[in-house]
Design a protein around this ligand. Structure first.
Ligand SMILES: *Cc1c(COP(=O)(O)O)cnc(C)c1O
Length: 391
């Protein structure tokens, strides 16, 4: 084939993290047939959808069954009933209008697609360790990447760069580190962006896990953020929509041409999320919806506490798990991430996620997720604790 290919794909990091975890787990199963393996690596929710969401979706399905209430294509930017519910609930008092909100099928899609509205020569600032989409979408677009290391020395919130970077990707509470960002730190980022004319893409997929009331829940709580920030949110982790698919981006009118370009980009390349899904998402904002979705979040938070405690005891300095579903910790004795993975799998039958899979700066760390079953989580932590004490 002589068609010219996008060579930028060759620059993508060779990342087989989850495939490699699967391969090693399967090999262990074959070596010790019949032995239980507990997976604490999952980045997917496990609690079912709340009853009020199911009810709303059933009702929407019935509407599609009759000629009078049938719906075809919906508005490209989302139904107004959902955009209004989002603005009124998630952005109450922050001056975000329903028309600043764009409903989509996923924050992962928005996180990649948002790259379309920036020029080829724009530089992309990527915190590491990182959730791969921001990095990979910018590499595919041929952009120069500036890495922003996040580690204990900067509370996993990166050092403010001394040079001007066009697009800064931030994600708090963070995946994979579980770290949250303080108001004062986020203000430093916003001030940097305003001073340098940068745009911050703020991934708030784990906002619902924030428990400490002094932490910012939205970047728009910071003065001036409407002039420099795009925020991404998702119903995936908030309400168990990972398989249903519904999220939204906030691109305020104050961003001028970037607001218009994003509206145009979505009109051109996207035809909306299903009516059924949007009615389900709307139900999240009812009083029962809030209560029922809260139950699932509390369940995961309970798991997170069970994971965190022994890691604190063991002196592995865990980050996260208080305002996020992920716990990030040092490997014992500064082992390499994959060596520790193999040890946990072989000796304890527990699958963790090697930190290095999220970038070089994750070497020597591991991530545990709180999305598992309570009993499995407790059992796995007992096994890990005994294993680490025995080293
Ligand atoms: C899970 C997750 C999302 C959500 O993605 P969806 O496509 O909405 O399911 C976004 N950002 C991060 C960092 C995530 O971990």
């Amino acid at each position: 084939m002589s068609a010219i290919a996008n060579d930028n794909f060759e620059r993508l990091p060779k990342n087989y993290l989850f495939a490699e975890i699967g391969r090693r787990t399967e090999a262990r199963r074959l070596r010790h047939p019949g032995e239980a393996i507990i997976k604490l690596g999952v980045g997917d929710v496990t609690r079912p959808l709340a009853p009020v969401i199911i009810e709303a979706m059933h009702k929407a399905v019935d509407e599609l069954a009759s000629k009078e209430t049938f719906k075809g294509y919906g508005p490209e930017h989302g139904y107004m009933f959902l955009r209004e519910a989002i603005a009124a609930n998630d952005y109450k008092g922050l001056g975000i209008r329903p028309t600043d909100i764009f409903v989509s099928e996923g924050a992962i899609c928005d996180g990649g697609n948002v790259s379309d509205i920036f020029g080829k020569d724009a530089t992309a600032g990527i915190t590491t360790p990182v959730y791969p989409v921001y990095l990979e979408a910018n590499i595919m677009a041929g952009r120069q990447i500036r890495f922003i290391p996040c580690n204990a020395s900067n509370d996993y919130t990166g050092d403010i760069p001394s040079e001007a970077i066009d697009i800064i990707y931030l994600c708090y509470p963070n995946n994979p580190t579980g770290a949250a960002i303080s108001r004062s730190r986020l203000k430093e980022w916003v001030d940097y962006a305003l001073k340098n004319g940068s745009i911050i893409v703020y991934d708030g997929a784990y906002e619902a896990f924030i428990r400490e009331s002094e932490l910012p829940r939205s970047i728009y709580e910071i003065e001036g953020a409407k002039y420099c920030a795009i925020e991404l949110r998702s119903f995936s982790k908030t309400a168990g929509f990972t398989g249903v698919r519904c999220a939204y981006s906030v691109v305020p009118e104050e961003l001028g041409k970037f607001h218009s370009m994003w509206a145009k980009r979505q009109e051109c390349r996207f035809n909306g999320v299903s009516y059924i899904t949007q009615r389900g998402a709307e139900a999240v904002y009812t009083p029962e919806g809030r209560r029922q979705t809260r139950e699932a979040i509390d369940y995961y938070a309970g798991n997170a506490a069970i994971i965190r405690e022994p890691l604190v005891e063991l002196g592995l300095e865990p980050v996260g798990g208080v305002n996020s579903p992920y716990i990030w910790a040092r490997t014992p004795g500064s082992m390499k991430s994959w060596d520790f993975f193999d040890l946990c799998l072989e000796k304890a039958g527990v699958v963790i996620t090697p930190g290095v899979g999220f970038g070089e700066s994750g070497e020597g760390y591991f991530r545990i997720s709180s999305f598992g079953e309570r009993e499995d989580t407790a059992k796995a932590m007992q096994l890990l604790k005994s294993l680490i004490y025995s080293l």
